[in-house]
Design a binder for this molecule. Structure first.
Ligand SMILES: C[S@@+](CC[C@H](N)C(=O)[O-])C[C@H]1O[C@@H](n2cnc3c(N)ncnc32)[C@H](O)[C@@H]1O
Length: 279
């Protein structure tokens, strides 16, 4: 028999391929085109926590234990978020995009990969202050049902409110931030009026298709986890879903550069990665 000539790195890659294929076959969640460096970091972290000797051992547990599969799925969907995250983005949105939106009779906004909803609540507050929320519908989607339930509840940990208040003012907030929520000893509960024009739904950018036409699509800090081919595919999905002259907001580390849809957009705000689709 021929000697196994795979290097340790190649074995590692093969084991991750098999794990991601197993996850896809069992759950339908497809992480095969996610950036490998971050997937590998998450898997190694879970292996250490569970004292598992190899990726193959982790795969076996994923296949046989549904609860463990859930744990790994949550590991792979990184949910870190904040209200008015990167305040300068929201300030630019308020100062540069809102004047355009004021000319629209109705506004549809898609927050793709909204996590536990902080981004969508921030947008609702901003639009309320600009007099636009009553003619806006916000579609807040994520592939992860657990974080969507948190988003719907609109309850965020009280100990984060100091940071969120600071972000709110840096983002051009015009009122007392505390007027938007009530508190108990654990959480801040955002006012239900903020969710009146919000729809939360499960949507997977890898496997689901376009479901509406939007004037604004915000997808921040999601595509950094995708490889180049997957980014290309998702930009096509956004292009299909964005109206002519619509706005696309990305995270600071994300770009349309080198994507085949790039030529259809102008860089509306270079610093904040806000693009506008050409007419
Ligand atoms: C780091 S959070 C970013 C949240 C928010 N957009 C922000 O910038 O604060 C990334 C979110 O993208 C979601 N996500 C990852 N892959 C996705 C996919 N294929 N389809 C939809 N959502 C996805 C994750 O579940 C997670 O909630």
């Amino acid at each position: 028999m021929k000697k196994n000539e795979l290097t340790e790195e190649e074995i590692n890659k093969l084991e991750i391929d098999i794990l991601l294929f197993a996850i896809y076959r069992i759950s339908g969640y497809d992480f095969r085109q996610y950036a490998r460096s971050s997937v590998k970091r998450r898997i190694m972290h879970r292996m250490r926590l569970e004292s598992l000797p190899s990726i193959s051992a982790l795969t076996e547990k994923v296949i046989h234990e549904p609860d463990f599969l859930e744990v790994v799925l949550n590991d792979l969907s990184i949910n870190v978020t904040e209200m008015f995250r990167d305040p300068s983005f929201f300030l630019a949105f308020r100062e540069k995009v809102v004047p355009h939106l004021k000319t629209y009779p109705e506004i549809r906004i898609w927050h793709a990969g909204c996590s536990s909803g902080e981004e969508a609540y921030s947008m609702a507050i901003l639009l309320e202050e600009e007099g636009l929320y009553n003619r806006t519908r916000i579609y807040a989607t994520d592939m992860n049902a657990r974080v969507l339930r948190q988003a719907e509840a609109g309850a965020f940990s009280l100990n984060k409110m100091q940071t969120y208040t600071k972000n709110y003012f840096q983002a051009g907030g015009k009122r007392e931030f505390s007027q938007y929520y009530t508190t108990d000893s654990v959480n801040a509960y955002f006012h239900p009026s903020l969710t009146e024009n919000m729809v939360f739904a499960q949507h997977n950018l890898v496997t689901d298709s376009s479901f509406n036409e939007f004037h604004v699509i915000i997808c921040r800090n999601v595509m950094i986890y995708f490889n180049h081919d997957l980014q290309k595919k998702v930009f096509h999905l956004f292009d299909e879903s964005l109206s002519s002259r619509g706005f696309l907001g990305l995270g600071h580390k994300e770009t349309l550069r080198t994507m085949d849809t790039e030529g259809k957009y102008i860089l509306f705000s270079r610093e904040e990665k806000i693009y506008q689709k050409k007419g």
